[in-house]
Structure formats: structure tokens, C-alpha cells
Design a protein around this ligand. Structure first.
Ligand code: ADP
Ligand code: MG
Length: 263
């Protein structure tokens, strides 16, 4: 079943991968409302460079909103979010810089259907980064090889399987050379047989030391890859721990209930 999908053996022991003491993202007393609905409450979270964080929690608990705030797809109303030393605020001048430093992969790939795979991957580098077309294409091919679908470069998204499209979405993000990658349930729209190929791609990113925040209910992935699991409920971070402790010894009743429902 989908929840227990295992990834291939990691080439290296990810538990030994070092996390730096350099801060990548610092969230301080952050609050967000949708209208009058208080969706995120006093979020404090420090993400160190090289961390692989899995965020889980019930549907509606604010997981997507939290990571969308981290690249300013959503605005927060109180508190502070610092990304690589830049504060995300309403007078943020260089939103493109933040967005290119923080890549994001969504549940529904969000590829441009009328552009080829290669064009999907070169669009932002050419128009946002002002990369020359030839160079952008070389970089795109490099990352399409990395996600193991260079032969699909001239096809359109609709000609690819869901798993292939999601790998394109990951490659497209990587083409902007992000230092941080955010994943919002990247496998939850996929058929079970395609989940593994996407998780394997994420494992290889982790092995290269990418800083990653992954909203996912793939607990096999969390065990294998995460150095920290964060559990959210009703707009708050309820509990966080290293995976082994988190799964073996959950502290709060809400975490226990959640784990009993998904494991
Ligand atoms: P999760 O990703 O954990 O399922 P979300 O962050 O998507 O949770 O949503 C948290 C809560 O905020 C839910 O109650 C959802 O209905 C609400 N919500 C999400 N997006 C919006 C929006 N654009 N406007 C109003 N409410 C929203
Ligand atoms: Mg969500």
C-alpha cells in the first residue's frame, strides 16, 4: 500500500549526513490568517542547512500554508520569516531571488502543458535568471539526466506518466539552482507504482546535501531520509523529533492518534 512504499537503498547512510549549524530558514512567532481564520499560530522553526525535514499532520493542519509562506506564495501577517538572511515582508524587493533560492514541487506537478519538457525547464532560467538559451538548455539536460528522463526532453507534459511529470517538475526546480527545496505531497497524486521513482529522486537529492522540507505521509521515506519529523495540528507545531524517536515514542496524544491512523 502507498504509505509503506519503500525507496531503494540509499547509496550512503543518510543518518550520518552532517547537518550544518548555518541557518537556512528562521521562522519566528509567525502567524497567518485567511480572512478571520487563524491558520498558523506562533510558528517557531529553524531550518539548518543540510537538514531533511518531513512535515506531517492531518489534512487542514496548515502544512501547505506553512511551506508556501516560506517562499512567499502566501503572506504571513505576524512574526518573521528569514530565508538565507532575507526577511520575507511586504516590501520584499527581490522576490524572484527568494523564489529561485527556494524551489518548490507541488502535488499536481504544475507543468506548462503547451511547452515541451525542455521548455518547461528553461523558461524561468531564461526569463528570470537571464541565462542564455543554449546554457539554460545544457543545464536543463543535466537535470533531466539526473532525474533519469533526458529522452523525454522534446515531449509535452501530457505525453508523460504522472511519475515522469513529477520528476520533470523536480528537474525544473533544480534548474534555478535552489539552495532549499520544498515538497508539498509530491507523491500523493501518483499511482503507487510511480511513487517510488519520485521518492528515489528525492533520496538522491538528500544524498547530495540539499536542504529539504517535505510535506509527505510517506513514513518509509521519513524514516530513511529525514533527520527531523515535524507534526502539525490545527495550525501549530505540536511535536518534533528525530524519526526514530518520533515514531517509536510519540509524546502528544494528537501525534499518537495521527500515527495510529496512518501507520
Ligand atoms: P494542509 O496542507 O495541512 O492540508 P492547508 O495549509 O492547505 O492544510 O490548509 C489549512 C487550512 O486553511 C484549511 O482549513 C484550509 O481549508 C484553509 N485554507 C487553505 N488555503 C486557503 C485559502 N486560500 N483561503 C482560505 N482558507 C484556506
Ligand atoms: Mg496540503
Amino acid at each position: 500500500e502507498a504509505l509503506s512504499t519503500e525507496t531503494s537503498e540509499a547509496a550512503i547512510d543518510l543518518s550520518k549526513l552532517k547537518v550544518s549549524d548555518e541557518v537556512a530558514i528562521q521562522v519566528t512567532k509567525m502567524n497567518k490568517w485567511y480572512g478571520t481564520f487563524h491558520v498558523l499560530r506562533d510558528i517557531d522553526m529553524t531550518v539548518y542547512r543540510g537538514e531533511r525535514i518531513v512535515v506531517c499532520g492531518p489534512s487542514g493542519s496548515g502544512k501547505s500554508t506553512l511551506i508556501r509562506c516560506m517562499n512567499r506564495l502566501e503572506e504571513h501577517q505576524a512574526g518573521q520569516i528569514m530565508v538565507d538572511g532575507t526577511e520575507l515582508s511586504s516590501d520584499l524587493k527581490n522576490i524572484d531571488k527568494v523564489r529561485s533560492e527556494v524551489g518548490m514541487v507541488f502535488q499536481h506537478f504544475n507543468l506548462f502543458p503547451h511547452l515541451t519538457i525542455l521548455e518547461n525547464c528553461t523558461l524561468a532560467p531564461i526569463w528570470v535568471r537571464k541565462t542564455p538559451k543554449r546554457e539554460a538548455e545544457e543545464v536543463a539536460m543535466h537535470f533531466l539526466e539526473k532525474v533519469k528522463i533526458p529522452e523525454q526532453a522534446n515531449k509535452y507534459p501530457g505525453q508523460l506518466s504522472g511519475g515522469q511529470q513529477q520528476r520533470v517538475a523536480i528537474a525544473r526546480s533544480l534548474c534555478m539552482r535552489p539552495r532549499i527545496m520544498l515538497f508539498d505531497e509530491p507523491t500523493s497524486a501518483l499511482d503507487p507504482e510511480m511513487i517510488k521513482e519520485v521518492l528515489d529522486t528525492m533520496v538522491s537529492l538528500a544524498e547530495e546535501g540539499m536542504t529539504m522540507i517535505c510535506v509527505t505521509h510517506e513514513m518509509g521515506f521519513a524514516r530513511q531520509v529525514a533527520n527531523r519529523v515535524i507534526f502539525m495540528d490545527q495550525g501549530q507545531i505540536v511535536e518534533q523529533n528525530e524519526p526514530e524517536e518520533f515514531f517509536l515514542n510519540p509524546k502528544s496524544d494528537r501525534t499518537k492518534l495521527f500515527l495510529s491512523q496512518i501507520l
